[in-house]
Design a protein. Sequence first.
Length: 345
Amino acid sequence: MAVTIKQVAAAAGVSRGTVDRVLHNRGGVKPDVEKHIRKTADKMGYFPNRAGKILAGRKQPLTIGYVLPSIGNLFFEDVKTGIHTAEREMKDFGVNITIKEVRGFDVKDHIGAINAMMEENPSALCISSIDLPEIRKCVNKIVKKGTPVVAINNDLSNTKRLCYVGSDYIVSGRTAAGLMLLCRSRKKENVLIATGSLNVKGHNERIQGFNEVFRERNVQYHLEDLFETQDDNEIAYFKAKKMLESHPDVDWVYITAAGVQGVCRAIEERTQGKEIRVICFDTNQYVRDYVERGIIDYVICQEPKEQGYQSVKKLFDYFVDGAKGHVDDYITKAVIKINENMNFT
């Protein structure tokens, strides 16, 4: 059932007239109130009546192509759930979704998937990719030809992408540092960092934000080592096992990306050394199990379903508005999970 202006007004705590002025761009509303109303309407899935009229006039359906590094990465299952939820809600407006999936962070694989998707002539493209010159060049070429591109989950610097939908990775890294500082038992903690790829902007920003907090607090930690998991649990397992054998004094393992299952398996198999505490990101069935068993201490989540949903919604609104104006980024929340609240949404 379609969301009404009356329902948006009730949820936002304002009058129907105020909502009507905002959603029909009539002005006369304070900027902070307008922002609150628009955000409320977006979350509720409000679509103005003009949407159907405008999209009905299109000769072709609104086809959105996705390229996601989701093979072997359970995080993206929730992203895809959000995408398909939006697709179902907007089906009557002609919205169709196509997804191409790749494994890991090989540049050739990503460019090949993007080019293959573009051969299907989508109305728009959503990609989660690597922040490297080859990808940026590919994206800018697509935009120049007239196809809007949204960066989802991982942003792309120095591109003409329409907007970014995803986490503020610096904030999530700062959150991880704050959690560690709350629990530190010594002046200098020994930290092992497992990251997905040094070519992924978000993974690097989680390390950047983490380091920022330690500098600001004038607290040092000892970096035992850093390794890449390529978001692959087998790679993560063998690398983590080797690292833990070489660095028996590790106090914390900070996992900035996927590969959590592999790293935790290596931690659990240790037969000697001190107790290790773990901070990671994003939940799945394996992460929840490791939290319950006491291997993982803290999980920081980034609303993956919302990322999927809002990426579709951003492009829907873009086409409804006639491809006019600036499109704001959509930044999801950093949500801290521990054993006691792991099963609450």
